[in-house]
Design a protein around this ligand. Structure first.
Ligand code: F6P
Length: 549
């Protein structure tokens, strides 16, 4: 278990000292002073190019940050994860999502078995099943081909497959439409069902635990809806499961041969590489799915082997630490300049915030340092016309990750140049800003009256010096998407190791679940005001009145 404490470390003190100078730096000046800044502060691996030159850093900052990573024993902690040590100490589990993308010939002994062989057994079953559905060999109960696939799952059993299916839309099978139902709010499933022909629909019930209330509620409702038009015995053609819980799956009525397993050493938010990725394999085919895994594996190899100073996930993580713990930013915006990556910010929200949204050290002591910032965002250029105003001129500094793809998957003229121009212009504007002198000169050139100029200058001035990082992909393919997700997974790992927390549990979601169970009983049965505060009692009473109780 890590005993590292960020605030007590000598690297932290050195970085604080360094920060007392760095806080006065201006990015504009840093670029002026060093014409090689872009090549000095950019690096490429696994098909991804990372430009981190528009952050408020210099060579010494980086060297101190790498020193911090060494003092926190990030490399040793990383190796412990890759080799199957039980680093998730609060659940006594190994953390081996990286084993899910290891090639067939690799070996990884775990509890007397070879984890890689287990992984490939399931991958082979996914290959067989997905090819049968795609080819039309697997048919619905009345002999017609499947056209619609509905994944019922939530959190990690939903965000990854949905995001990846959307991101890889150009690779999708023409006959198959993928749908995702996650919310216990019946409006989610209810809006979808009328669009489906039950005889041509395949439901995937995806849940690691197979006890999650939202997923089980939706799965039972979907089952009841199917039974309106078919017999119990027909369901086997229309329901499969992805889970670690064979017993619960069988109890639900899905036969073991229609269940795709995974293991407790795969965290929900790290599970898109496992059978939870079944919708993706169905959509893009098994070769595409293998390419997705291979892209992530390439990033894994880079993370394990590259020196810290040239290591993409390490650099992304360290820059995040610099912005969070020294420059004081408490949120990060994610701006994918690619419409098919629209769900990527939401995916990262779970990955980062559920992993590193922690307030105690791995040894249980309350932390004195800040941990995960708020992660949010939307696609460019949409965000530019919504909240970028705040990013440019607001009182908070929000570092931004720009993600752009150089070659589009469409042939519409002019769009792509315009999109990329916007992406690069935004990071330039964040960095440069616009001084009062520049604003004045511009308005004088337009012959505006002097009093008008004086009035408008403060409003039209941009402070600049707002950090950003740009990630470029040549193309958005299964392999580059795999590498991009793995980049962020390892960034989260690096930061968790430095903050001294367990990135792999999520106890914080439990309390609400327990309270919801009590309240649900009170909404339909007997209210128990002694249990709650006046606000909660008042809300329950209003809901009961409206429902006629
Ligand atoms: O929200 C908590 C959580 O446990 C996530 O970590 C997980 O991805 C999600 O619920 C769904 O869990 P399951 O796959 O077990 O249904």
């Amino acid at each position: 278990m890590s005993t590292f404490s960020l605030p007590a470390s000598s690297s932290y003190k050195a970085l604080l000292q360094h920060h007392s100078h760095a806080r006065t730096w201006q990015l504009r000046e840093l670029f002026k002073q060093d014409p090689d800044r872009f090549s000095r502060f950019s690096v490429e691996a696994a098909g991804l190019f990372l430009d981190y030159s528009k952050n408020i850093i210099d060579a010494e900052t980086l060297s101190l940050l790498c020193g911090l990573a060494r003092e926190a024993r990030v490399e040793a902690q990383r190796d412990a994860m890759f080799t199957g040590a039980r680093i998730n100490v609060t659940e006594n589990r190994a953390v081996l999502h990286t084993a899910l993308r290891r090639p067939r010939h690799d070996r990884l002994p775990l509890d007397g078995e070879d984890a890689v062989a287990q992984v490939h057994d399931v991958l082979d079953r996914i290959a067989g099943f997905s090819e049968r559905v795609r080819s039309g060999e697997w048919r619905g109960h009345d002999g017609r081909e499947i056209t619609d696939i509905v994944n019922i799952g939530i959190g990690g059993s939903y965000l990854g497959p949905k995001m990846a299916c959307q991101a890889l839309r150009p690779f999708a099978h023409a006959r198959l439409t993928m749908h995702f139902v996650s919310n216990v709010d019946g409006h989610d499933l209810d809006a979808l069902l009328p669009q489906l022909d039950p005889a041509r629909t395949l439901f995937i019930v995806a849940s690691k635990t197979f006890t999650t209330s939202e997923t089980m509620t939706n799965a039972q409702s979907a089952r009841a809806w199917m039974l309106r038009g078919m017999a119990e015995g027909d369901l086997a053609r229309h329901f499969v499961a992805v889970s670690t819980n064979l017993e619960a799956v069988t109890r639900f009525g899905i036969a073991p041969e229609n269940m795709f397993p995974f293991w407790d050493w795969v965290g929900g938010r790290y599970s898109v590489w496992s059978a939870i990725g079944l919708p993706l394999a169905l959509s893009i085919g098994i070769e595409g799915f293998h390419a997705f895994l291979a892209g992530a594996h390439e990033m894994d190899t880079h993370f394990r082997e590259a020196p810290l100073e040239r290591n993409l996930p390490v650099l992304l993580g360290l820059i995040g630490i610099w912005n969070r713990n020294f420059l004081g930013s408490d949120s990060i915006s994610i701006a994918p300049y690619h419409q098919d990556l629209a769900l990527f910010p939401g995916y990262l929200q779970q990955l980062e915030m559920e992993s590193n949204g922690k307030r105690v050290h791995i040894d249980g002591a309350p932390l004195e340092n800040a941990t995960c910032p708020v992660i949010w965002g939307d696609t460019g250029t949409n965000g530019q016309h919504a909240y970028f105003q705040l990013l440019h001129q607001g009182t908070d500094i929000v570092p931004t990750d720009f993600i752009a793809v150089l070659k589009p998957a469409h042939a519409l003229p002019h769009h792509h140049e315009r999109l990329l121009a916007n992406c690069f212009a935004q990071s330039e504007a964040f960095m440069r800003g616009k001084t009062a002198d520049e604003v004045r000169a511009e308005m004088q050139a337009q012959n505006l009256p002097a009093d008008e100029i004086a009035k408008l200058i403060p409003h039209r001035t941009f402070p600049g010096n707002r950090p950003s990082t740009t990630i470029l992909l040549d193309e958005l393919t299964p392999a580059t998407l795999g590498a991009l997700i793995a980049l962020y997974e390892h960034k989260v790992f690096v930061q968790g190791a430095i903050w001294g927390i367990n990135s792999f549990d999520q106890w914080g979601v439990e309390l609400g679940k327990v309270l919801a169970k009590n309240i649900e009983a009170e909404l339909t049965g007997q209210p128990d005001p002694a249990r709650h505060d006046s606000s909660t009692n008042g809300l329950i009473a209003r809901a009961r009145r409206c429902a006629g109780h």
